[in-house]
Design a protein around this ligand. Structure first.
Ligand SMILES: Nc1ncnc2c1ncn2[C@@H]1O[C@H](COP(=O)(O)OP(=O)(O)OP(=O)(O)O)[C@@H](O)[C@H]1O
Length: 621
């Protein structure tokens, strides 16, 4: 770019309310306010005559051919904004539209094909990066440059991969069986650094964003959660062994022994799918059915500047293998689908967090968090012919990425306004979750992945513009979260010598005994339940028998009573009948008497005389 072009750039850079700023222009070429006298500007510029026009503030850049990884080798003290790296994916037929500047920090795009929709896109553009990795650069160099120094700095940092679908975001973070990605390397690095200081029990935990000392029952609960989840994880012993060999061969991580510090490592894994927040490490209610994990929508809460996902499972891990196992478990549960661009495309944004909590004997607790964010790929739904559920997913992905872009754009100007309210991080779940990094409270590093083929030229331009905005952000100094604690529980905790093997053994024994008690309690309750069930059955059977007998007896008694009552009634009936018959007879006699009345008195004397004489006759005989 010659001086004439520079003038043009200045002209183009006039800010307007109607035209958005072209983010591909390096911020050094933008008009600066002249109000404040910048004492060292002149000196720097005069010292640095050989400095590339396209490179940015990272001065000790190693001029290098584009075929190797080029690093600024800078430290956080020289950079106040996010670090933005570019990774070009290996392809069989790379486009000629992309070239890397000689010093390896600027990507020059110029479209010689007719596929672009407007003239602006056909113009030559320059995008500067902290480092550019071309397709030959392997996972080791990417880790060493982008992540390794941050792990050593022990700060809170968000590392995100951004790019079009299929450009290698997930590959950069996770890698494959032999080419370990950033996360497995970071885990190995973390567990090597703190090897001597790892505390064996979960005594400190981040609860609602605050470091909290756990009481014994809470510790036991955490041990059980960890046990349950690790049982659900796939067995990766062989895979981990292989990866470890590769990583150990690639790096020489150093142990950082500090005798007065105890370190606890926790991991969590969250997914944002269609603007819903899911816990990828939730314990399923029925362990045997892994596929049926309820997908609760969790809330992102911001309390006094601390951002956390309410109810998210955080798991205490003792080794890198355990952390990797949990990562694999979460991956199995996250949403993938086959699209026209990528056979195994992430349909959601996933954030894997490693929290390192340190306790110093002086009573100081410190937190360093590494958030690895695998953003879903931006997609051109019109070109890819996406429909149905995939279309809904793609729209949500594109919307949240657009909000992320707006937040970065706002962040790039907010330092001038000293007002964080202008950053619209509340507009999407992703930006809400990453707000600490977007507001400059934590460090931010972005690895932009690009598939350098003609087909994706316009999509790549969008990605590069986005990266360019991020590159121009200037943040205040990052904050290390640490505070003194006044919990008396820490006093006991602090008495423990990390090197005191005997105490450690006793502690472990104590924990295992308490676990045994828990197990026995559980068995006891189970046995009591079985016994109760048995007793209930026996009682039911006995009572049913009794009821049956009583019923039979009552029926017999009833029959008997009925029979007797019948007999009585029959008897009563017949005696009544007899009485009535006698009455009838009497009445008949009476009627007869009435019909034939008895003779008068004279007649009756006569008759009596007659009967007397007849009797006398009889007597003579
Ligand atoms: N640098 C690389 N070297 C070798 N293979 C790569 C590289 N980058 C990507 N790939 C391969 O390309 C394919 C797609 O990569 P990956 O799944 O990481 O894409 P992505 O950007 O995460 O896509 P999406 O957004 O759709 O999930 C994978 O098979 C991966 O192995």
């Amino acid at each position: 770019m010659d001086s004439k072009e520079k003038v043009e750039v200045h002209k183009r850079e006039m800010r307007s309310f109607l035209m958005a700023r072209d983010p591909s222009i390096d911020r050094r070429f933008r008009p600066r306010p002249n109000k404040k006298l910048r004492l060292f500007d002149d000196i720097q510029e005069s010292e640095d005559d050989s400095y590339s026009e396209y490179s940015d503030t990272e001065s000790d850049y190693t001029p290098n051919a584009a075929s190797t990884a080029t690093s600024t080798g800078d430290s956080s003290s020289t950079e106040t904004g996010p670090q933005v790296f570019l990774r070009l994916r290996p392809v069989t037929d790379p486009s000629k539209a992309y070239t890397v500047s000689d010093d390896g920090s600027v990507l020059i795009t110029s479209c010689k094909i007719d596929s672009t929709s407007n003239n602006v896109n056909r113009m030559e553009k320059h995008f500067s990066f902290s480092s550019i990795f071309d397709s030959c650069v392997g996972q080791r160099d990417i880790y060493d440059i982008c992540v390794g120094p941050k792990i050593l700095e022990e700060e809170c940092v968000t590392i995100m991969t951004y790019g079009t679908s299929g450009s290698g975001k997930t590959f950069t973070l996770l890698g494959d069986d032999v080419r370990a990605g950033i996360i497995p390397r970071a885990l190995e690095n973390v567990f090597t650094i703190y090897k001597e200081n790892l505390y064996h029990a979960p005594k400190l935990k981040l609860v609602n964003g605050c470091i909290t000392f756990l009481q014994d029952d809470a510790t036991l609960n955490e041990i059980q959660v960890r046990k349950k989840l690790l049982q659900l994880c796939p067995d990766i012993t062989a895979h981990h062994k292989r990866l470890k060999q590769v990583i150990d061969g690639d790096h020489n991580f150093e142990v950082k022994a500090s005798p007065d510090t105890s370190v606890m490592v926790w991991v969590s894994f969250v997914e944002i799918y269609n603007e819903l927040v899911h816990d990828l490490l939730a314990i399923p209610p029925r362990q045997e059915k892994l596929g049926e994990v309820p997908r609760k929508n969790l809330k992102i809460v911001c309390n006094k500047g601390l951002v956390f996902v309410k109810g998210l499972t955080s798991v205490f891990v003792k080794t890198s293998e355990e952390a990797l196992q949990l990562l694999r478990l979460g991956q199995q549960r996250s949403t993938y689908a086959s699209t026209s661009v990528n056979a195994n495309s992430s349909r959601s944004h996933c954030v894997f967090t490693v929290d390192i909590l340190k306790y110093d004997r002086s009573g100081m607790t410190t937190q360093s968090s590494y958030r690895f964010c695998d953003l879903a790929g931006s997609e051109r739904v019109i070109n890819t012919g996406t429909t149905g559920l995939r279309l809904k997913e793609a729209k949500n992905i594109n919307t949240s990425l657009m909000v992320l872009g707006r937040c970065l754009d706002a962040a790039s100007t907010s330092h001038k306004k000293k007002n964080n309210d202008v950053i619209p991080y509340r507009d999407s779940k992703l930006t809400m979750l990453l707000q600490a990094a977007l507001l400059g409270k934590e460090k931010l590093a972005m690895i932009v992945t690009v598939t350098p083929v003609d087909k994706y030229y316009e999509e790549n331009l969008n990605v590069l513009n986005f990266a360019s905005i991020a590159k121009n952000i200037i943040f205040k100094e990052p904050v290390i979260k640490q505070h003194r604690t006044s919990f008396c529980g820490f006093m006991e905790f602090s008495k423990m010598e990390p090197g005191d093997e005997y105490k450690k053994q006793l502690e472990e024994e104590n924990v295992s005994l308490q676990l045994e008690i828990e197990r026995l309690k559980f068995d006891h309750v189970l046995q009591m339940q079985l016994l109760e069930e048995k007793l209930r059955k026996e009682l039911t059977d006995t009572y049913q028998e009794i009821i049956k007998d009583t019923k039979k007896q009552l029926e017999e008694e009833c029959e008997k009573k009925l029979y007797l009552a019948n007999r009585e009634w029959e008897f009563k009936l017949s005696s009544q009948k007899r009485r009535y018959e006698e009455d009838i007879e009497d009445l008949k006699d009476e009627i007869e008497d009435l019909k034939n009345p008895p003779p008068s008195d004279a007649e009756s004397v006569e008759e009596a005389e007659e009967s007397k004489s007849s009797i006398e006759i009889l007597d003579d005989d």
